[in-house]
Ligand binder design. Sequence first.
Ligand SMILES: Nc1nc2c(ncn2[C@@H]2O[C@H](COP(=O)(O)OP(=O)(O)OP(=O)(O)O)[C@@H](O)[C@H]2O)c(=O)[nH]1
Ligand SMILES: [Mg+2]
Length: 308
Amino acid sequence: MGTSRCGTVAIVGRPNVGKSTLLNALLGQKLAATTHKPQTTRRTLRGVVNHGDAQVVLVDTPGLHPPKRGLHAFMIRQALDAARDVDVLAFVTEASTRGIHKDDDLVLRQLEREGALTRPMVLVLNKVDKLKDKGQLLPLLKTWSERGQFKALVPISAQKKKSLGPLLDELARHLPEAPPMFPGDTLTDASARDICGELIREKVMLELRQEIPYRAAVVVEEFDEARRANETKPLVRIAAVIHVEKDSQKAVVVGKKGERVKAIGQRARAELETLLGCQVMLELFVRVEPDWTTSEHGLKKLGYVRPA
Ligand SMILES: Nc1nc2c(ncn2[C@@H]2O[C@H](COP(=O)(O)OP(=O)(O)OP(=O)(O)O)[C@@H](O)[C@H]2O)c(=O)[nH]1
Ligand SMILES: [Mg+2]
């Protein structure tokens, strides 16, 4: 028997590099919203992976970007608070032939200011599947390793689930010796209700263009599991509200004869049925919450508050 290890790992990096895809891949189940659009993740989400003698508690975080106000400030705080609180950092970036992205340096400076760079840090070079030739990795690995900031550099593909074992080995190695924090079968400490809200929001982001994805929030108002254990026809009934900032945005989300919100609902229902493993009855409503992304009152009302 080896010594058991357990600790927390924050998955950090600039937007859109594949942090949430990585969390889902490591868990072997989709819990986090992922889209091709930057700034998809808005709050931290914990996922638990048991790997050999280690329990790795992963924390997905919003992509770091220059500080702004309102919702952006909340998102950045979520990521920085997580980075400061964990045992190890998994710094995710893209394996690109163009070398180190200037925004990676910006993120590293943000983490440094927060005092988070004292943690062991593993560099995760994601999306290696996009490289035409694996030889292109060598100069990139060299440039990053010259920084001397990282305990290890691990090229992976979160999407193709490549090299996830070696990445977990590397993360687990730097965790403290400790008994597991969660029972062996725990996947997350987030509620099914909150995860459903996030996956509905993912579909809103995918169905809509331009500004609206960034002005929409989803609040699950009813999550009725009374018939989930029903033997013949298990069912969960969910009612959720998509909040936007203006009447004009509401009109777009609803769509002609309600067809846009119907499409969002259909896609979301399929995803939620996979997640919950039963039939889902989903009702969606669209409401206007003026200026919620910039007003303290609005942010609080829609659940974007920092825990005390
Ligand atoms: N080709 C390729 N695409 C990937 C890989 N991992 C993630 N992606 C894609 O990259 C995009 C962004 O993925 P996300 O997981 O949402 O990225 P994120 O870092 O969580 O983004 P934010 O939450 O906005 O910070 C999506 O279109 C993913 O499908 C990968 O290994 N290879
Ligand atoms: Mg994300």
